[in-house]
Design a protein around this ligand. Structure first.
Ligand code: NAG
Ligand code: NAG
Ligand code: NAG
Ligand code: NAG
Ligand code: NAG
Ligand code: NAG
Ligand code: NAG
Ligand code: NAG
Ligand code: NAG
Ligand code: NAG
Ligand code: NAG
Ligand code: NAG
Length: 511
């Protein structure tokens, strides 16, 4: 019996060392230009190999500390004293360590770990109780914004309950903390019909809320205690009616860099999904302030509708959509506690102090006197047309902040034939959610239209970063910006536009 165990152990260990050797080869091949004296080409840190540990600021390799590492912390500290960046990764496994305080750079505030070629694994350390130094280790995302494989597992004496909310680990959504004495949340990528009951007590999820291919009509009440979801909501091809089960959700976070395409909300192929019906709209947070907040809603129930509040929520939170295959719910109110909601029929018939207008605003010759009615307009669920008027500026629209344009065939903005208008300007606009046609037409306005700005068209403020371009980009067309175009004069229809289902792609130019 003992003999068999021995063989098993040896073969397991052998396999594991072999594995690390392969991984190390991969890491070092990824950094061919590293200077040889900064490469640590050993599969273990032990009394033999430690003297070869590079005395460089940037070290390349994998630091493996395991049961064979019987070194004093002072020896490790000395070996690692010059290292401020590690390219490769870290594996601390089956070790006798009680803490990880032997990286001087981390003790001084920051150890940079570029771990995309390997990862960080802190596993099965039965004496480990203190991982505070992880708070000062930043595990860098790759060039696409993907986090590296970062796991803290099966350290039976480790209370990791607060780890995920402190220091740098709070940035990471995919960090896996499992099987320790205490963990800091539940893994959202292991939710299935059968595992659901285990989530009853979870208030935090990391690795997102992922629920896919669970076609049975499900009761997801087991998730109703969730307060924080790190990593976005991804529900695909599943039997979910709505999201009202997230009744305690307060915060939904992603870690999405400027270039990243990670979704904060992805709802695809849920054929009975007819409503979002969030009990409380959660705070949406991107750990990278400059990064994008992306959402995608398509192939759900054909009558999936969003309320006015839900559209406003996405607009206000600077969310950009890849697809938005939804309509406005028919029971949409004409008033909310805070907004005066109006349905557009004509400028003449429009009420005086609308905060939200549903329908295309069409201003024609003769409507000039009614233009000031738009002074309180903040939300426009439609497009903006100003044609053949004598207005000289667009000041009544200074408060307009958000445009939702669910009509693919019309330009979002059409400002034509306004002989006295020499500049179009909507200084307050922060988000435009649309069905992909981002056309703005300027033609036949004042001869000096935009001439003071080298003839190039602009309409909004602050469209300067990749993120803001995604939200606020417009495709300018028309003789005032360049080539003359054919366009259709729009006239107000007495019919209230019904917002029907559209499926569209916004991101075609965003790669
Ligand atoms: C690492 O060591 C292996 C043999 O132990 C050798 O084949 C390989 O070339 C070394 N790699 C580097 C980058 O020094
Ligand atoms: C520990 O060291 C022994 C002897 O050098 C080696 O055979 C074994 O693979 C090492 N164990 C691990 C987990 O690396
Ligand atoms: C490493 O750090 C020590 C102490 O901080 C310093 O004396 C030594 O010069 C450094 N070595 C290299 C190679 O930078
Ligand atoms: C970490 O553990 C070592 C060895 O057990 C101990 O000497 C040292 O004081 C500990 N450091 C901290 C910061 O707890
Ligand atoms: C952690 O423990 C669980 C349960 O014993 C086991 O299934 C899993 O493989 C372990 N994970 C690691 C990384 O050792
Ligand atoms: C949830 O917590 C209760 C009370 O502490 C406990 O009895 C129950 O087993 C827990 N359920 C799960 C799935 O952990
Ligand atoms: C949400 O779906 C549940 C069934 O899963 C249903 O009982 C509830 O009425 C729905 N709520 C809304 C607002 O649609
Ligand atoms: C949305 O972006 C604007 C800048 O265009 C910024 O001022 C505003 O604070 C952002 N809102 C949110 C909720 O991030
Ligand atoms: C909202 O107002 C329109 C007319 O402007 C009316 O047809 C509709 O029934 C009203 N809806 C509600 C929910 O009151
Ligand atoms: C606007 O003016 C143009 C040229 O004067 C005219 O052809 C067009 O019919 C007018 N459009 C409307 C809607 O009045
Ligand atoms: C977008 O608007 C322009 C100008 O009206 C129109 O020519 C084009 O066909 C529209 N594109 C789509 C996809 O609806
Ligand atoms: C889109 O615009 C066209 C042309 O103005 C109009 O006939 C149609 O009703 C509009 N559709 C919606 C959904 O607003």
């Amino acid at each position: 019996m003992r003999f068999i165990f021995l063989i098993l152990t040896i073969s397991l260990l052998h396999y594991s060392t072999q594995d690390i050797a392969e991984d190390l080869k991969h890491v070092l091949e990824s950094y061919k230009s590293a200077s040889p004296e900064c490469v640590f080409n050993y599969t273990e840190v032990n009394s033999k190999t430690i003297k070869f540990f590079p005395q460089c600021a940037k070290v390349y390799g994998i630091i493996v500390i395991n049961q064979n590492t019987s070194l004093k912390t002072s020896q490790l500290e000395k070996a690692f004293q010059n290292m401020t960046s590690l390219y490769g990764g870290l594996r601390i496994e089956n070790s006798k360590m009680t803490n990880l305080s032997f990286f001087p750079a981390a003790e001084n505030g920051l150890l940079r770990v570029y771990c995309k070629t390997y990862g960080v694994y802190i596993q099965n350390n039965q004496y480990l109780t203190d991982v505070t130094s992880l708070g000062a280790m930043y595990m860098y995302e790759d060039e696409y914004g993907e986090e590296c494989d970062y796991r803290i597992e099966n350290n039976t004496k480790l209370d990791a309950e607060n780890l995920c909310d402190t220091g740098y680990p709070r940035f990471f959504m995919d960090l896996k903390v499992k099987g320790n004495m205490k963990d800091c949340g539940c893994p959202g990528d292991e939710i299935t019909q059968s595992s659901l009951p285990n989530y009853r007590n979870c208030t935090k999820l990391y690795r997102g809320l992922n629920y896919e291919n669970e076609v049975m009509i499900n009761n997801l009440d087991a998730l109703s205690n969730l307060e924080v979801i790190k990593g976005g909501i991804n529900i695909q091809d599943s039997g979910v009616h709505n999201l009202s089960f997230l009744e305690n959700l307060k915060t939904l976070k992603v870690n999405n860099l400027i270039v990243g395409h990670k979704m904060i909300l992805n709802l695809v192929g849920n054929v009975i999904l007819e409503r979002l019906a969030f009990s409380n709209l959660p705070e949406l947070k991107n750990m990278d302030d400059k990064g994008v907040k992306l959402a995608n809603i398509k192939f759900n129930h054909p009558s999936l509708c969003l309320t006015i509040e839900e559209y406003c929520f996405f607009l206000e939170n600077n969310v950009s959509f890849i697809n938005l295959d939804t309509k406005l719910c028919e029971d949409a109110k004409n008033e909310t506690s805070t907004l005066n909601i109006c349905r557009f029929q004509s400028m003449k018939d429009l009420e005086d102090s609308c905060n939200l207008v549903i329908g295309d605003i069409i201003m024609k010759s003769g409507d000039e006197e009614h233009f000031p009615k738009l002074k309180d307009l903040v939300y426009l669920f439609g497009s903006l047309v100003i044609e053949n008027t004598t207005i000289e500026n667009m000041e009544p629209l200074n408060k307009l902040r958000y445009i939702l344009h669910l009509n693919g065939s019309n330009p979002i903005v059409q400002i034509v034939g306004n002989q006295k208008l020499n500049r179009a300007y909507l200084p307050g606009v922060q988000n435009i959610i649309t069905n992909g046609n981002r056309t703005a037409i300027f033609q036949n306005n004042h001869p000096e239209f935009f001439k003071d700005e080298e003839g190039s068209c602009s309409l909004l403020e602050g469209v300067d970063t990749d993120e803001s371009k995604l939200r606020m980009r417009l495709d300018f067309a028309g003789g005032d910006c360049g080539e003359k175009v054919d366009f259709v004069y729009r006239s107000s229809s007495s019919k209230i536009p019904t917002l029907i289902v559209f499926s569209f792609v916004v991101l075609t130019n965003f790669a």
